[in-house]
Design a binder for this molecule. Structure first.
Ligand SMILES: *Cc1c(COP(=O)(O)O)cnc(C)c1O
Length: 235
């Protein structure tokens, strides 16, 4: 069952309250945590319902679906984040329509996004995806590859490097979730020695929100807890 606009507004309120409570509970929490509403597969009416509750940041994974929504709602009405895997044949549309990309994991993608970012737009905010789970199949760079990719992005004025993001494999234990996120926090901390302006730790989803806030996340990407369950992934 799809959620009603009233349920979405209630869920926004409730997630903001949870984030606040976790910030109070953990000394290591960041003072400001942005709620990114992950609206992939969800209709425009539900995005509008979230907007009516004051929500401004939205995350999308599937480019064609996202472009239709951005055109309907307006590029400037919200802050649009591309959080899906970035294929190199999709970079032009991503560069022209989004404010943030979270999944940069190689030089080539960064180079293309920079070259294709329209001059009329401010630099594209970027996070580098870290692969802390060390699984061959997953996207993202190893922490030891972070300095080289940061150095590459730092040379591209059309990109604004903001920090790192991660998508760990699902775990149910808070301690295990925290241990993984702590490695991401550490990786950002290390790289900040060279790039002190980095300010973004994009980590935490519906199933590990508490662990992420506890470990200093500055941006949590919440889909299911806000908009309800999604249909199975489109092929
Ligand atoms: C779908 C998605 C989310 C949201 O996940 P939920 O578990 O529904 O909160 C967050 N981040 C990324 C990269 C996603 O693809």
């Amino acid at each position: 069952m799809s959620r009603t606009p009233e349920q979405i507004q209630q869920a926004i309120k409730s997630i903001r309250e949870q984030i606040d409570a976790f910030q109070q509970r953990y000394d290591s929490a960041a003072p400001d945590v942005t709620l990114l509403a992950v609206s992939k597969t969800k209709p425009v009416e539900l995005i509008r319902a979230a907007m009516a509750a004051g929500q401004r940041d939205f995350g999308e994974n599937y480019l064609d679906e996202a472009l239709t929504k951005i055109e309907t709602i307006g590029r400037e009405a919200c802050t649009w984040h591309f959080i899906g895997q970035i294929q190199s044949n999709k970079t032009a549309a991503i560069a022209a329509n989004f404010d943030w990309v979270h999944g940069i994991d190689r030089d080539k993608i960064a180079t293309r996004l920079a070259a294709q970012r329209p001059d009329s737009l401010p630099p594209l905010n970027c996070c580098i995806q870290l692969n802390i789970d060390d699984e061959d199949t997953k996207a993202g760079v190893q922490p030891e590859q972070l300095p080289d990719l940061c150095a590459h992005i730092a040379e591209l004025p059309q990109l604004a490097l903001r920090g790192v993001m991660c998508i760990p494999a699902p775990r149910t234990e808070l301690d295990e979730q925290r241990a993984l996120f702590r490695e991401v926090t550490r990786a950002l901390y290390d790289i900040k020695a060279s790039y002190p302006h980095l300010d973004t730790l994009s980590m935490g989803m519906s199933g590990d929100l508490e662990a992420a806030v506890a470990e200093g996340s500055t941006l949590v990407r919440i889909g299911t807890a806000l908009f309800g369950a999604r249909p199975a992934k489109p092929a």
